[in-house]
Design a protein around this ligand. Structure first.
Ligand SMILES: C[S@@+](CC[C@H](N)C(=O)[O-])C[C@H]1O[C@@H](n2cnc3c(N)ncnc32)[C@H](O)[C@@H]1O
Length: 184
């Protein structure tokens, strides 16, 4: 008989305890990410996380959803690898080394949630949003980090993206610094 194994779907408070040593994340951000990940009911759900950093967002999304997370970034820092190993997420968080544009060119599958936290310029956020939006399933989510902290660049790009695609997305309720939209 095949061995069965179960993936624990974790609550926000437990995930926060596991990642709070990484100082650039806040409890509110983790709680928002967890709430977004919990919208995924698809058994074949897939998440894309742009901007590996310390892999905190990628790991939080994996722990909250049970879905595989593809985390994209120019560099895979040792802290990111350590976080994935420490949390036992090898085989559930996959690093795609490269700029998001280059990974996007070779991407081939629909996605339930895209979290954009890569290069924080107006042009890069606009480009990431426009490109990755095409891969989001109906009912899927496009989310952004640093909306409030970078109002004139990241925030402006997000506002303009939503204005242009209002008929395709509805805003979701989130806390400070994360903005999210659901494809309708
Ligand atoms: C704010 S950090 C991401 C933090 C990460 N979400 C976390 O929770 O640890 C932004 C990351 O984006 C990466 N980055 C910069 N330009 C990029 C690009 N064009 N494509 C993908 N990643 C990029 C940077 O190397 C950096 O690791």
């Amino acid at each position: 008989m095949e061995d069965l194994y179960f993936i624990e779907i974790m609550e926000a408070s437990k995930i926060w305890e596991l990642v709070k040593d990484q100082k650039w994340q806040t409890e509110e951000n983790i709680s928002d990410l967890v709430a977004l990940a919990k919208n995924i009911s698809d058994v074949n759900g897939i998440i894309v996380d742009i901007g590996i950093g310390g892999a905190t967002s990628a790991c939080a999304l994996a722990l909250a959803s049970g879905c595989p997370v593809y985390s994209i970034g120019e560099q895979v820092a040792p802290i990111a690898v350590n976080t994935v190993i420490r949390l036992g997420l090898e085989g559930r968080v996959f690093f795609c080394a490269g700029e998001s544009d280059n990974v996007w060119k070779n991407w081939d599958r629909l996605v339930n949630l895209v979290f954009i936290d890569g290069l924080h310029t107006y042009d890069a956020v606009t480009s990431d949003a426009e490109k990755w939006s095409d891969w989001i399933k109906l009912g899927g989510i496009l989310a952004f980090h640093d909306y409030d902290l970078y109002r004139n660049t990241v925030g402006k790009a997000i506002d303009e993206f939503y204005e242009k695609h209002k008929e395709d997305y509805k805003p979701l309720k989130t806390g400070f610094n994360i903005k999210a939209f659901q494809k309708i």
